[in-house]
Design a protein around this ligand. Structure first.
Ligand code: NAD
Ligand code: MG
Length: 427
């Protein structure tokens, strides 16, 4: 299945205002909150089947009550008692653990939001796709970890994958009404993050507080750090490759600090179609919630005269080596994207725990990629178990290599090796 040619759901397209039932995986996060804000404004149009969270039982219970959900599940089994207590007498069924997340995804609902952070979201989001749901996908790590497998199984089940990520949502909108074979290339825009103009030595020693201060978007900590390293754009290259069946050389990145143009599609005749809007995730989420119709959303309207200037510049992979690492992994193929993603999750976690420098994030990812490929972890995962096995082993490898990287005071961009040079693959 290709996300740009979604299979229409007959009931929904016949009557776009028919009630749609929803499941929110990762309801307590930033994307979850934006989605809930939209749902609350559209009472009667949506019914919530299930909500999930990692461990915040109190917040999840409040949401479940407010939304009238039928099922609430926490990943952390230790949070079960608190969730059960908080929802006693409410009629909301309660679950905990990995299996409860999958159960939430498998319960009958028309539409499932995949908004868990990291590979932790893969199993449940895939379960939703495998029962043929409309999957509004924010959890890009699922596609980086196991994109081919995910899209293949979604297609086999007749699922529709709608991109929530603002860039891919923009591409999706800019592709509708045109023939796929007429697309020449796509251009993902990147804000450049908080260190866009910073000197290399400042970037390498950036603090957690500095990295979490994103200029345009308010998001969860993992994706905010990814934006600061520009690994986020690297993950998005791989996400675009899977969502739209594009070759790596058809996906470009341009830095656009105002975050108004959310991405662009270039066609064979030279036409370029972009989607614009204020930087507010409620716009792409509203598009997914109402698709194929549209919602009257609350996001601030674009005022181009006030914005005044839109600027564009080439990304600098010397200062932001993570972007080159991700492109190298995409071009290499096989298990490299799975390894890249897992190594990055470990690196970001260590940075947020203040055990690794900011520059150490890309350094660790690079070293793990090299080590994994020298150990011949070459095959692309064919099954969920294989993907999770590679992910797990990569995490072990990253923890083995971590002390060596963490001990280094600074990190030289590492562009001297194959991973830093897009277009060169490792044999
Ligand atoms: P967040 O950290 O704010 O929220 C993450 C959600 O996932 C929470 O509900 C949390 O409880 C849950 N969760 C975390 N770890 C879990 C685990 N191990 N098992 C089960 N549940 C777990 O993150 P976010 O900013 O909402 O981002 C969610 C996803 O959407 C990420 O993949 C991110 O890259 C993507 N995304 C986010 C934005 C944004 O604006 N926030 C934009 C584009 C894409
Ligand atoms: Mg994005």
């Amino acid at each position: 299945m290709q996300a740009e040619q979604p299979r229409s759901n007959s009931a929904q397209s016949a009557n776009p205002i028919a009630e749609r039932s929803l499941t929110l995986l990762g309801a307590t996060g930033s994307v979850g909150a934006s989605t809930i804000d939209l749902i609350k404004r559209e009472r009667g149009r949506y019914r919530v089947e299930a909500v999930t969270a990692n461990s915040n039982a109190a917040q999840l219970a409040t949401l479940a009550r407010e939304l009238g959900a039928r099922f609430a599940a926490v990943r952390d089994p230790q949070a079960y008692a608190e969730l059960k207590e908080a929802l006693s007498g409410s009629g909301v069924e309660v679950g905990a653990g990995e299996r409860a997340l999958t159960e939430a995804a498998q319960r009958p609902s028309d539409w499932v939001l995949g908004a868990i952070t990291g590979t932790a979201g893969l199993k449940s989001t895939l379960a939703a796709a495998e029962r043929g749901a409309i999957v509004a996908l924010a959890n890009k790590e699922s596609l980086v970890c196991a994109g081919r497998l995910f899209m293949r199984r979604a297609a086999a089940a007749g699922a529709t994958v709608l991109p929530v990520d603002s860039e891919h949502n923009a591409l999706f909108q800019a592709m509708s009404g045109s023939r796929r074979q007429d697309v020449r290339r796509v251009i993902l825009t990147a804000s450049g993050g908080p260190f866009r103009t910073a000197r290399p030595e400042v970037i390498r020693s950036a603090t957690v507080e500095q990295a979490l201060r994103h200029p345009n978007w308010s998001m969860g900590p993992k994706v905010t750090v990814d934006s600061a390293t520009m690994m986020n754009k690297g993950l998005e290259l791989i996400e675009a490759h899977h969502l739209f069946s594009l070759r790596p050389d058809q996906i470009d990145v341009v830095v656009h600090p105002q975050s108004v143009v959310h991405s662009l599609v270039e066609y064979c005749d030279g036409s370029v179609i972009a989607q614009l809007g204020s930087p507010d995730m409620r716009i792409p989420i509203a598009y997914c919630l109402a698709w194929p119709a549209r919602l009257a959303g609350p996001a601030p309207r674009l005022d181009l005269a006030r914005t005044a200037t839109l600027t564009f510049e080439a990304p600098d992979t010397a200062r932001f080596p993570a972007l080159a690492l991700a492109r190298g992994a995409l071009e290499h193929g096989g298990a490299a994207p799975t390894v890249l993603n897992a190594a990055n999750e470990v690196a970001v976690g260590e940075f947020l725990a203040r055990r690794l420098s900011f520059g150490g994030i890309a350094a660790l990812v690079e070293r793990v990629l090299e080590a994994a490929l020298h150990q011949n972890w070459t095959g692309e995962p064919e099954t969920l178990e294989e993907a999770l096995f590679i992910d797990h082993n990569t995490r072990l490898l990253a923890h083995d290599i971590l002390p060596e990287i963490a001990a280094k005071a600074s990190y030289d961009s590492g562009l001297g090796n194959d991973w830093g040079r897009p277009g060169i693959s490792i044999s």
